[in-house]
Design a protein around this ligand. Structure first.
Ligand code: A2P
Length: 347
């Protein structure tokens, strides 16, 4: 591919934004120019890109003229406000926040799972929640082979999912504990160091958290199947990078653990890492910095007729956010889907 595109990263100073810049460069994305945007606080500062640096510019409504693709990871309110201006300028947005995911006008895409949904885009494409991405990439082959009736998932999510401030909180509190100081809680409601919080994002009227309901609703939207029943419990654990998930699946027809291992070992974006006798199973420490969703502990659920248990681990900043967003951008280029047909859909 010739390097002809102008690409923007919005939220370039954040944990995901920095990884997006790294991923664009590593994967040799066909960009003639990359522009970095963040809030006024960061304007003029520099972020690494390849062997050089980019000067961060302040995000404003009128910056999108001449930009082909803007990858956003600057929080929901920033996406809500600025993504429509980008689409209006003809710039296609790939948005990592939750702002547009359930909007019917926006495809919600995992390239290994539903790339065909990109064809109908109106200028804003949503990147799913990190926990949903790594689960669905491993479950889609099972769904296609034998059907899925119900999913019960429990997550163990790293602090980097909260952004730079989550990483800093775990670092600071760990030092505080070892120095016999009272750990200060700035980002989470309780101490995260040496603790587990069964609470990610805000609580809703049904007593689930927003994160849990994201997993429920996004899974159905990506599969395009409302009949799949999903229930989730999401917990934050004192791990820097890499989300882990215990996933129980009730399938439509029987699939043995052996069949599941063979199927998933051929699935794009998935790596089976499953040898109990050799004590081989996926862990955040080893998934960090990698691209795949690692699947292990594959077992038949002996409590029901057709069921499987899986343990899925992925780097939440890479496949869960930056990599998936860059893969969406690559797919847009490959399918010749840049440009916005009706620039007024979101205005
Ligand atoms: P800034 O560093 O200038 O605050 P993280 O998720 O790691 O906390 O990163 C959030 C990213 O979103 C940062 O790059 C941050 O920039 C950016 N951001 C936050 N608010 C805005 C805003 N109003 N306009 C543009 N970028 C924003």
């Amino acid at each position: 591919m010739s390097k002809s595109l102008t690409v923007a990263v919005v939220g370039a100073t954040g944990a995901v934004g920095r990884e997006m810049l790294k991923t664009l460069h590593e994967r040799n994305f066909p960009a003639a120019e990359v522009r970095a945007f963040a809030s006024a606080r960061s304007a003029g500062s520099k972020v690494p890109y390849g062997s050089g640096e980019l000067v961060v510019q302040e995000l404003k409504e009128d910056v999108f003229d001449g930009i082909d693709i803007a990858i956003f990871s600057a929080g929901g309110s920033t996406s809500q406000r600025f993504a429509p201006h980008a689409a209006h300028a003809g710039c296609v947005v790939v948005d990592n926040s939750a702002a547009w995911r359930m909007d019917e006008r926006c495809p919600l895409v995992v390239p290994e799972v539903n790339p065909q949904a990109l064809a109908d885009h109106n200028g804003i494409i949503a990147n799913p929640n990190c926990s949903t991405i790594q689960m669905i990439v491993a479950l889609k082959p099972i769904y296609d082979a034998v059907g899925i009736k119900r999913i019960v998932v429990s997550t163990y999510q790293a602090v980097s999912g909260t952004g730079q401030k989550g990483i800093e909180e775990l670092e600071r509190q760990t030092r505080d504990v070892f120095n016999l100081r009272d750990p200060e809680c700035k980002t989470y409601p309780y101490q995260i160091a040496f603790n587990i919080l069964p609470h990610i994002d805000v609580f809703l009227d049904n007593d689930y958290t927003k994160e849990e309901m994201k997993m429920v609703n996004e899974t159905k939207k990506i599969l395009g199947d409302d009949s799949v029943r999903v229930t989730a419990t999401c917990a934050r654990v004192p791990v820097f990078y890499g989300h882990a998930e215990s996933v129980n699946v009730e399938t439509g027809k029987k699939m043995t653990a052996k069949e599941c291992r063979v199927l998933l070992s051929q699935a794009p974006g998935v790596k089976v890492f499953d040898n109990p006798r050799e004590k081989l199973y996926p862990m955040p420490l080893y998934a960090a910095g990698t691209d795949e969703a690692f699947v292990g502990r594959i077992r038949e659920d002996e409590s029901i007729e057709n069921g499987l248990n899986l343990w899925i681990v992925a780097d939440n900043i890479r496949k869960g956010a930056a990599l998936n967003a860059v893969q969406i951008a690559e797919e847009l280029v490959r399918r010749d889907l840049l440009g916005v047909k009706d620039r007024n859909v979101f205005m």
